[in-house]
Ligand binder design. Structure first.
Ligand code: PEP
Length: 257
């Protein structure tokens, strides 16, 4: 983390979990244990049906709300989809884009990720852009090239003053939902490489402002070590964000001096 230049952001990704009543229960449980007045920003990315209520439920404990995806267009005949403007009007501040599950199950590509990033920015949302390599790609030794390619594609034609405010989540596919975490060194190395890519494209001023998270089985036990890496500015958390006490422990790790 480097709080001098950029925000530390701990974001939960609930995926397809938690009904509205379960969301209310989560809010009741987390409120009394939420750390107060500290440095890190906290976000919960929730199913679209819960966004509006979640904004209200988590307001007092300063948890911002995000969506888990958005469509790249601003209207049209796309049954079942929602636009970035709809998400914004529902009260969300963030939207996850290009999560590996969206890439794997819904054919999202680096090209659609870029369109969605533009749509999110246009609507006034902060995109949390996910990039990451598979185990095969890591073993082939192409991680850095692949991540650079994903980052460059995602940010194509995004203006530098907009890039400063985006969030990138490095999520190695082999670590998501597997209980297998990247070592702090692996996470730090790739997050640093992402910042270098941004620096080469947009300059040092932009690069040092961008929040780069690690995601992949981050939990109460390993968060502190991962967050101690200078280029790891927070976490995108799946499983551990479903349990208030575990999520709070990760927030506490991010709040340490
Ligand atoms: C994720 O879904 O973005 C994620 C990192 O999940 P988990 O923490 O469960 O690995």
């Amino acid at each position: 983390m480097n709080r001098r230049y950029r925000k530390t952001i701990i974001a939960g990704n609930w995926k397809m979990n938690n009904t509205l009543s379960q969301t209310k229960t989560f809010a009741e449980e987390i409120k009394p244990i939420m750390p107060k007045g500290k440095w890190c920003n906290v976000v919960l990315c929730v199913p679209a049906t819960n966004i509006q209520s979640a904004v209200r439920l988590f307001k007092d404990c300063h948890i911002a709300i995000g969506a888990e995806t958005c469509h790249e267009l601003d209207h049209g005949a796309y049954t079942g989809e929602i636009t970035a403007a709809m998400i914004k009007e529902a009260g969300a501040k963030y939207v996850i884009i290009g999560h590996s599950e969206r890439r794997q199950y819904y054919n999202e590509t680096d090209f659609t990720v870029n369109k969605k990033v533009h749509a999110a920015i246009e609507a006034g949302l902060i995109p949390i852009i996910c990039v990451g390599e598979s185990l095969e790609q890591r073993e082939l030794g192409v991680t850095m090239e692949l991540i650079a390619y994903q980052v460059k594609c995602a940010l194509a034609d995004v203006a530098p003053e907009k890039v400063r405010h985006i969030v990138i989540a490095y999520e190695p596919l082999w670590a998501i939902g597997t209980g297998k975490t990247a070592t702090a060194e692996q996470a730090g190395e790739v997050c640093q490489a992402i910042r270098t890519v941004i620096r080469k494209q947009y300059g040092a001023h932009v690069a040092r402002s961008v929040t780069i998270q690690y995601g992949g089985s981050m939990n109460a036990k390993n968060a502190e070590e991962l967050l101690a890496q200078p280029d790891v500015d927070g976490g995108l958390i799946g499983g551990a964000a479903l349990k208030p006490a575990d999520f709070v422990k990760i927030i506490e790790a991010a709040n340490q001096e």
